[in-house]
Design a protein. Structure first.
Length: 327
């Protein structure tokens, strides 16, 4: 349970805050990204429930063990960090908007090797007081979610769902595990009114981007794939925030939930077999993107007309997109 990070039994858990990539090469933005990380680390450290590793110690460890900040959502990178050193990592990403930063912080459980949850806020980067207060409010929300998630989980687990049932966000349940494990039990597909069309990636300055994201295909990996994608948005120009399949899912706010993501290849197959093939969910006979990358230029998609999956989806091509969430 997420609340294991909190000092219930007077036994503090160790947490570290890594560097936040920023979608800008401007010196001021890079410096502010470092400040945001520092403020976040200090504010979380004020909580008596958590022991926060000093930034310089964590940076030295990350460098010595060649850990990629941008690929921390992958099992390979998480396995480089022993839980005897740190049990939880706060990661994040900062996108530059007009007169503001969109700051997102995530929590990774290195013991379970999984992504747990996120918090996001838009912070004025022109007003000094607003800037500092914004980071404080964001980390306060982060800590509150850390403390309250176990209650939310228990309430949700008490209610059971079957395939095709309406989920908490108003979508349809398309996958269910036998028990609540690794932070979730059910997968819910968003309703048809949220569907949109977008490319997976773009041709940018002569290259197909993003690429080499180390994505996975299995059920349960869509959220990590999407977070990995968002972390790599720095490769685009700071003021250029294109609507792509993953970014559109991540930006979705529907049914009171903002934790939507682009489904993995195997998750997409369950959407087709458990919903679309039965005439549920309002799916069209189109090609739908998954979050699973297959090569430098291609990603996996599925035809909802014939139910077959393909590995040669050209990333800049617009296909249909349906977001999902796990709970």
């Amino acid at each position: 349970m997420i609340l294991s990070a909190v000092n219930i039994d007077a036994q503090q858990k160790t947490l570290g805050v890594v560097k936040f990539p920023v979608s800008s090469l401007d010196t001021v933005d890079v410096e502010n990204a470092a400040r945001i990380r520092l403020i976040t680390s200090k504010n979380i450290g004020l909580s008596k429930n958590l022991s926060v590793i000093p930034i310089d110690v964590l940076d030295r460890f990350i460098e010595e063990h060649e850990v990629s900040i941008l690929k921390l959502y992958s099992l390979r990178e998480m396995e480089k960090i022993p839980i005897s050193f740190v049990q939880y990592l706060v990661t994040g990403f900062i996108s530059v908007e007009e007169k503001a930063y969109r700051v997102k912080i995530n929590l990774l459980d290195l013991e379970k090797k999984e992504f747990l949850f996120s918090e996001e806020a838009v912070i004025d980067n022109k007003n000094e007081n607003t800037f500092w207060n914004g980071i404080k409010n964001l980390t306060d929300m982060f800590l509150e979610k850390l403390n309250n998630t176990i209650f939310v989980q228990v309430v949700e687990v008490e209610k059971t769902y079957n395939i095709g049932d309406i989920g908490p966000a108003g979508g349809l349940i398309f996958y269910a595990k036998s028990a609540y494990v690794d932070g979730w039990r059910y997968l819910e597909a968003a309703p048809p009114e949220t569907e949109f069309s977008a490319p997976w990636g773009l041709e940018f300055e002569g290259a197909i981007l993003p690429n080499s994201l180390n994505t996975n295909a299995a059920v349960g990996s869509g959220r990590g794939n999407t977070e990995n994608f968002i972390a790599n948005m720095y490769i685009f120009e700071s003021k250029y925030t294109p609507l792509l399949a993953a970014t559109g899912c991540r930006a979705l706010n529907f049914g009171g939930y903002t934790d939507w993501f682009l489904p993995s290849k195997d998750e997409l197959m369950f959407i087709y077999s458990n919903l679309a093939s039965r005439g549920l969910g309002g799916f069209r006979g189109d090609a739908y993107w998954s979050s699973t990358e297959s090569s430098y230029e291609y990603a996996c998609f599925q035809s909802f007309r014939e139910g077959k999956q393909f590995f040669n989806g050209y990333k800049p091509a617009p296909l249909s997109v349906r977001a999902v969430r796990a709970f």
